[in-house]
Design a protein around this ligand. Structure first.
Ligand SMILES: Cc1cc2nc3c(=O)[nH]c(=O)nc-3n(C[C@H](O)[C@H](O)[C@H](O)COP(=O)(O)O)c2cc1C
Length: 228
């Protein structure tokens, strides 16, 4: 056990270190003025089909027509969220420590399915259209009901917590953001539109999608055809 004197020593050393790192006070009147911002080269041109075009074109669009997406469109969107893209199960979006906490569902015009990541396949989850119920759970955001596909990102926090403890919740949310942006850019590249939805009642979404208790709903991504 450390002695009382030893503890005081540690405290003093700590205090000195903190003082040494403390920010200086307000700048003295003769401090060097801040340099003018230096212009950067223009962003790369948004060539048709380029990543730059998708980034520039992506907008949150809430005016959709209620039309089903094709299996190819749904598959492409799901692949961009979590598809396998590399050896040892590496995926389309980065993952803290490759712990892969995300599970992805998709609510379409006639069912809810789970994305089977390793097989790039859908397994039936619910045999019913849950899009209107999701819109209600999102406090009446009706565009969710009109989306040909509502991609639901869920997270199993424990998978990441096993390695990162208290930091896991932050990591899983960040990871959902990575996956969501992939989906939104992919949708843009497919001439589809959508909007990320974070405002919803967690318990209601969990219940109406009959999610396993450890699948935390994180983000809804209604994707579809633009109304105009
Ligand atoms: C974490 C997060 C949550 C959001 N939640 C909602 C939402 O519940 N409903 C909605 O219509 N838009 C939502 N948005 C979309 C923003 O309103 C939108 O990104 C913002 O207005 C900027 O417009 P832009 O996406 O067209 O660039 C959300 C965006 C983020 C990043």
């Amino acid at each position: 056990m450390r002695s009382g004197t030893g503890r005081v020593g540690v405290l003093l050393v700590g205090l000195m270190a903190v003082t040494a790192c403390a920010p200086a006070g307000p700048p003295s009147p003769d401090a060097t003025p801040r340099a003018q911002p230096r212009p950067l080269p223009d962003p790369m041109p948004t060539e048709p089909g380029s990543l730059e075009e998708a980034i520039a074109e992506r907008r949150s669009v809430r005016d959709l027509i209620d039309r089903p997406l094709s299996d190819a469109q749904i598959g492409q969107l799901l692949w961009s969220a979590q598809g396998i893209t590399g050896s040892r199960g590496r995926r389309a979006a980065p993952s803290a420590g490759a712990t892969y906490p995300l599970e992805v569902y998709v609510a379409t015009t006639d069912r809810v399915a789970k994305y089977e990541i390793d097989d790039h396949a859908l397994s039936d989850h619910l045999d019913v259209d849950r899009r209107s119920a999701l819109a209600a759970a999102a406090f009446g955001q009706e565009w969710i009901a009109d989306a040909g596909a509502v991609i639901v990102l869920t997270g199993v926090i424990e998978r990441t917590a096993d390695r990162y403890g208290d930091r896991a919740e932050r990591f899983v949310l960040l990871e959902a953001g990575h996956a969501a942006q992939n989906v939104l850019l992919q949708a843009t590249a497919l001439d589809l539109v959508g909007v990320p939805v974070g405002a919803f009642d967690d318990a209601e979404v969990r219940e109406l999608l009959e999610l396993p208790t450890d699948h935390e709903p994180l983000y809804l991504l209604p994707i579809g055809f633009p109304a105009d």
